[in-house]
Design a protein around this ligand. Structure first.
Ligand code: HEC
Ligand code: HEC
Length: 213
């Protein structure tokens, strides 16, 4: 299935107008110590440098993440468009200013990626990432996420992300993302791509991404 360019334009435009509206609201509504307390709390799960953490399930890396994508996800958790009970509880108490300030903080962290993926098929993962899989209509991941996988605006950084987290997301896309059919979001862009990848292809591309600094 081909990605609709119109859909892409519409959904990304909606996302950035939301961000502008959030920005227009009044001045900071929190103190620096409140901000620090909150981000220390995030780091108990996401790692002291935002590098991610493996507990009973993988907690994603937030370090170096695109602020716009990060804020979009917090809103998606709050509005239950993205299904995750832990992050709903964490996110729904944050104000728009707090979300933005925290997104900027995590964007500036740059720890080494966490290890742990099999190094067997990294060349195949790299090929999928840079060239896509033409016979399955999978576009090059790099065309949206960037050649260096650092992302841009609403397109997330994937570089250094935990391989098991990426595997879980791509395998469960429909159960977790875009859960409000009346309020479609950017997750619709990834939906056909996640569907077209086989289990083995997901593993190899996830392993490759986890090695990029
Ligand atoms: C109790 C553990 C816990 C705490 C505390 C926590 N998180 Fe999370 N967070 C998670 C888990 C688990 C996920 C992965 C959810 C999933 O698999 O979809 C996640 C996902 C996220 C995501 C989505 C990342 C992505 O790549 O899509 C963002 C953004 C996020 N958290 C931000 C925060 C912020 C900001 C804080 C602090 C205010 C915070 N988290 C505190 C456990 C936690
Ligand atoms: C047409 C543009 C586009 C292409 C091509 C694309 N992506 Fe994405 N991807 C996105 C967007 C936009 C999001 C964010 C969705 C959201 O905000 O819910 C995303 C999100 C993701 C996520 C979730 C990240 C997180 O932290 O939870 C993963 C994993 C991902 N993409 C992997 C891939 C892989 C692997 C490929 C190539 C096989 C790929 N993407 C190709 C646009 C694209």
């Amino acid at each position: 299935m081909r990605i609709s360019a119109a859909l892409l334009a519409v959904t990304l435009a909606t996302a950035s107008s939301l961000a502008v509206r959030a920005e227009e609201k009044s001045k900071a509504d929190f103190s620096q110590s409140e901000l620090k307390a909150k981000s220390d709390y995030c780091k108990t799960c996401h790692g002291l440098q935002g590098q991610g953490f493996r507990g009973s399930y993988p907690m994603p890396r937030l370090a170096g993440q695109q602020p716009e994508y990060l804020v979009n996800q917090l809103k998606a958790f709050i509005e239950r468009r993205r299904n995750n009970p832990v992050m709903f509880n964490v996110a729904h108490v944050l104000t728009p200013h707090m979300e933005k300030a925290m997104a900027e903080q995590f964007n500036h962290l740059d720890p080494k990626p966490l290890d742990g993926a099999s190094k067997e098929n990294l060349t195949e993962g790299k090929k999928i990432y840079l060239e896509g899989i033409p016979k399955s209509d999978v576009p090059a991941c790099a065309s949206c996420h960037g050649d260096d996988a650092k992302g841009r605006d609403a397109f997330p950084r994937l570089a250094g992300q935990l391989h098991d987290y990426v595997y879980n997301k791509l395998t469960n896309w429909d159960k977790e993302r875009g859960q409000d059919k009346n309020n479609p979001d950017n997750s619709a862009i990834m939906q056909p791509i996640a569907h077209s990848l086989t289990d083995a292809q997901i593993r190899t591309v996830a392993a490759y991404l986890s090695t990029i600094e």
